[in-house]
Design a protein around this ligand. Structure first.
Ligand code: TMP
Length: 255
């Protein structure tokens, strides 16, 4: 078993030092947290394998339309090679339909279509806090420069347009999603690139006909339902892992 340096561990992923300078290995865990920061921890067998595959697919499609990403290539069932970036501590959420915290905050019925897409920013604070912040907070506290923020917003809206169409093509409505960005340095030149992952862990996906949910909101109905929902997303995208649903355990985490 190889020893690798663990750089970061989050709710659903571990980042290890990569094989070459400037790279990292992103390992997808089966762990999930029901709800926000204070919530309970659950294990959903096979979730990491599905998210690795789904995120690879979506990042590759996005890079084909010119959205820069940190993704390099998938290494195995649970791991992918990514470029090392300086993560900007802001979660960018794009919403097309009212759901989740937006529904709660303004007491609007879930499922209400928005007249235009709404972009929100959340600060990834210490200890798992996630306060909603404005552009003023972001620039005043130096988390991102105004031009970085413009680029993040432009990229998030391009991701929204492209993924909304892609999911519509397989009968799913992209209700909302969260993305993160990083700074990629090449000599003295810096680019903002899409980082982290795009998977049903950070999207709300509803069936266009029945409004059935194919995302982690299924957690309230048990881990088994989440696995089925994520499998269905992968199946509709045409990328269910090679061995099918039985083959979802994949390699164990090594360090
Ligand atoms: P929210 O309605 O709970 O604010 O979530 C908006 C979107 O952001 C939804 O698609 C799920 C995603 N999200 C994350 O990816 N990570 C998080 O920690 C939270 C709370 C939401």
């Amino acid at each position: 078993m190889t020893r690798r340096r663990r750089i970061y561990e989050g709710k659903g992923k571990v980042l290890f030092e990569g094989p070459e300078p400037g790279t990292l290995v992103q390992y997808f865990k089966d762990d999930a947290v029901a709800g926000d920061s204070d919530a309970k921890h659950v294990v959903i067998t096979g979730k990491g394998v599905l998210n690795n595959r789904i995120s690879e697919y979506l990042m590759m499609r996005l890079s084909e339309i010119g959205v820069p990403t940190h993704f390099v290539r998938r290494l195995n069932m649970r791991e992918q090679l990514v470029r090392e970036v300086e993560i900007i501590p802001i979660q960018v959420v794009v919403r097309n339909v009212v759901a989740g915290s937006l529904a709660t905050r303004f007491a609007i019925a879930e499922g209400t279509a928005l007249p235009r897409s709404i972009v929100e920013f959340y600060y990834k604070g210490e200890g798992g806090q996630r306060p909603m912040v404005s552009e003023e907070h972001i620039t005043a506290f130096g988390w991102a420069a105004p031009e970085d923020l413009d680029e993040m917003m432009n990229l998030a809206l391009r991701v929204n347009d492209f993924l909304s169409g892609l999911f519509l093509g397989i009968g799913l409505k992209l209700v909302d999603f969260k993305v993160e960005f990083g700074r990629l340095w090449e000599n003295d030149y810096m680019r903002i690139v899409l980082a982290d992952e795009i998977s049903p862990d950070n999207c709300r996906l509803w069936d266009i006909k029945t409004n059935e949910r194919f995302d982690r909101d299924q957690l309230s109905r048990g881990p088994g339902r989440v696995e089925e929902a994520y499998q269905e997303v992968a199946r509709r995208l045409g990328i269910l892992p090679e061995g099918g649903p039985r083959d979802l355990k994949g390699p164990k985490v090594m360090q």
